[in-house]
Design a protein around this ligand. Structure first.
Ligand code: WT7
Length: 687
């Protein structure tokens, strides 16, 4: 689903009303600031630095780095030696500035009448209390804490409490399976986990604690004991919670009209499991922040890697704080009266940077949304926008495309007059979806910001600025301040002017990841070895005649399913664990809503039949090993796989077969050409 430049370049000017109040009011102003940020990064970022509280200044150079593997190990240091605390900057400082009574978060639950709100002062108090709870459990600087929670305020409280005491949070999206959660806990050697009894997602009740329990069992089997599991009592008091057994519930359709309640059975392991509300009761409401070095770790967040083993992307305190705050301020042109809503889950980087840290660092009011775009109906987003008078809205192309399918009526039923800026993130947005977002959702009066970035970049790296950048549907446009992109040919030559190639960056910015947790070698190999001297994104990009950048999608073995990166290797190793499977290969395949989906070729062992039951069992294998969102859309029988004489699977050919494309290109390196015809024969008719 890669966006490609439209035939006639239609250009959309920034809305005049927005431009008047914007931080950057014209493209010329953007260009001047951008030039400064590249030519004199220290002056540019020092101004940002001065907007924060630092306990003490940098002890060495403001920026110190090596981006070239040929000159030694990769290292990136911004403001090393300076001491600060991101939680202090996000909360205490806003309270000191008089924002104590301002709403930090509105909470909108899955069920429309479930709601809440918390001010900056209240949030600070809760964070301090939870920080004291963590301390009382023996958790301190450098300890890793896993967080596996739905979109509730306690999730933000947990991450801020970790940041306050210098513990490193590792949030795992609460859609991952027990096994995936266990892998991440083990890799980071987390000593504690924060979770929730259960959560309603649409009309399904999920027993999160039972998923965590299983994960902790796996950890114990592998000789790692997680000492504490802190459990938020999130379900309504009407939902009966029984402390034994194990069950997932489902809400009957006729129960949706009323706030339903169901029974959730929980196992309770005394000594390990503690209720959040019980430990919070006695916790003191003040807690001094621990002053951290700018280059101390703040959090790790796992992202898929080509080899299948997830990488713990590590971000540090100072640079991430400055970058999340600055990108939030400029890309969403933050104004004090904004009500901002990012629909991403905090379990992904978008939620870390643009639900939690970025908005809080700016003293913004934003929404934490627990629900889905389709519950109770496909008008939910627009209903919530009207309810809170949302001014800036940020979501994913996959959500836009799926809502488009339900028709314009769902949108038009709601006013949406408060909206000013509409953002998208996660994957290339096709011009059709862009135009629908612009004309239908935004009534042709909002700026669209298509923000390209990655878990690794910490914040936006290619993005329009809403008051400054004329946009083209499907293009992420131009680099953010401090970002110096280049497009490289296969041989590493930079493409000047128009052309397509590998998207790389030439210099570090404050929010760039610092390493892969526990594996600096992998950090270098993945991002810096292919083109020495550059950070390699793994994405392709095209630069058009006007200098606009168009992201064309991943150029490695990662698949972007609904804005979530998955590695084909990860899916294959899940399939291979099924006893009937001899071999499996998976490739990316276009999908009208998800952008891309996973298409698997499976070779069964002799005597096994590729029945419908087998397909269900295989899909289930992936759900259990990785999580429901990773489930392949297509599985096809592959009596054999196309391989080179040296035994390497030719995925290029598999991608074509999946699409029914017979123009296979060069097949001369194939060991056995006859497999091709067989694979075309077995291709499912709906692919
Ligand atoms: C990959 C990073 C960064 C937040 C969510 C995903 C793709 C992201 C865009 C965009 C085209 C995009 C890239 C990138 N991507 N935003 N606006 N246009 N592609 O984070 O899981 O680290 O995925 O998402 O392929 O490399 P992530």
């Amino acid at each position: 689903m890669a966006a490609s430049p439209p035939e006639a370049d239609e250009i959309f000017q920034p809305p005049a009303s927005l431009q008047a109040e914007a931080h950057v009011k014209s493209f010329k102003e953007y260009e001047e600031l951008y030039q400064e940020s590249i030519n004199d990064p220290e002056t540019f970022w020092r101004r940002v630095y001065d907007g924060f509280y630092w306990k003490s200044p940098p002890t060495g150079p403001f920026l110190d780095y090596n981006f070239d593997v040929r000159k030694g190990p990769i290292s990136i240091k911004w403001m090393a030696g300076a001491q600060t605390n991101i939680c202090y900057n996000a909360l205490d400082r806003n309270v000191e500035k008089g924002l104590g009574n301002k709403i930090a978060f509105y909470w909108e639950g899955n069920y429309p009448s479930d709601q809440g709100k918390i001010t900056y002062s209240e949030l600070l108090e809760e964070v301090c209390r939870f920080a004291n709870v963590l301390k009382s459990l023996g958790i301190g600087v450098g300890d890793r804490v896993a967080i596996y929670m739905p979109m509730i305020v306690e999730l933000s409280i947990s991450l801020l409490a970790c940041a306050r005491i210098g513990a490193i949070h590792s949030i795992v999206f609460a859609g991952y399976s027990s096994e995936s959660l266990a892998d991440r806990i083990l890799d980071a050697e987390c000593c504690a986990i924060v979770t929730t009894d259960g959560v309603w997602r649409g009309n399904k009740l999920l027993n999160l604690k039972s998923i965590v329990d299983k994960a902790l069992d796996i950890c114990s089997e592998r000789k790692h004991a997680v000492k504490k599991s802190i459990v938020v009592r999130h379900l309504s008091p009407k939902d009966e919670v029984i402390l034994s057994g194990d069950a997932n519930g489902e809400m009957a359709d006729d129960a949706i009209a009323k706030r339903p309640c169901r029974t959730l059975k929980l196992h309770w392991q005394d000594g390990r499991d503690v209720w959040w509300h019980e430990v919070m009761q006695t916790a003191d409401k003040s807690c001094d922040p621990v002053w951290m070095d700018a280059e101390d770790p703040l959090f790790m967040l796992y992202t898929s890697g080509s080899t299948g083993k997830p990488k713990g992307v590590l971000h540090t305190v100072g640079g991430y704080m400055m970058y999340s705050a600055t990108t939030f301020k400029y890309t969403f042109d933050y104004q004090p009266d904004d009500v901002y809503w990012c629909t991403a889950d905090v379990g992904w980087i978008t939620g870390h940077t643009y639900v939690a840290y970025g908005p809080l660092a700016n003293g913004a009011t934003s929404i934490i949304f627990e629900g889905t775009p389709f519950y109770p109906d496909a008008g939910r987003f627009w209903e919530v926008i009207d309810k809170y008078k949302v001014t800036k809205f940020y979501t994913a192309p996959t959500a836009i495309r799926s809502l488009m399918k339900f028709g314009d009526e769902h949108v038009k039923r709601h006013k949406r007059t408060s909206l000013k800026i509409l953002g998208t993130v996660g994957e290339p947005i096709n011009p059709e979806a862009w135009l629908w977002y612009y004309h239908v959702v935004g009534n042709s009066k909002c700026a669209i910001v298509d923000t390209f970035w990655q878990t690794e970049t910490g914040g936006h790296v290619i993005t329009p600025l809403p008051g400054a950048t004329p946009t083209k549907p499907g293009s992420a446009t131009f680099p953010f301040f401090g970002i110096q992109p280049a497009i490289l040919k296969d041989d590493g030559q930079e493409i000047e002017g128009t052309g397509e190639g590998y998207l790389v960056f030439k210099k570090p910015w404050p929010g760039i990841m610092r390493t892969v947790y526990g594996d600096p070698e992998r950090f270098e190999t993945t991002y810096f070895k292919k083109f020495p001297g550059y950070y390699c994104t793994g994405d392709g990009a095209h630069r058009d005649k006007d200098g606009y950048i168009w992201i064309t999608g991943r150029i490695d073995d990662l698949v972007n399913v609904s804005g979530h990166l998955l590695s084909t290797a990860e899916v294959e190793s899940a399939l291979i664990e099924h006893p009937a499977v001899a071999e499996a290969a998976s490739v990316s395949h276009p999908h009208s809503i998800k952008g891309e989906c996973i298409y698997c070729f499976v070779t069964l062992k002799q005597g096994e039949q590729f029945t419908d039951e087998m397909k269900v069992a295989l899909k289930n294998m992936v759900r259990v090993k990785i999580g429901p969102f990773a489930q392949p859309d297509f599985l096809q029988n592959a009596p054999a796989l196309p391989k080179t004489r040296s035994g390497k699977i030719m995925r290029r050919i598999l991608r074509k077969i999946a699409r029914g494309d017979r123009d296979l290109g060069d097949t001369s390196t194939l060991a056995d050409e006859s497999v091709i015809e067989l694979l075309f024969q077995f291709r499912p008719s709906d692919a």
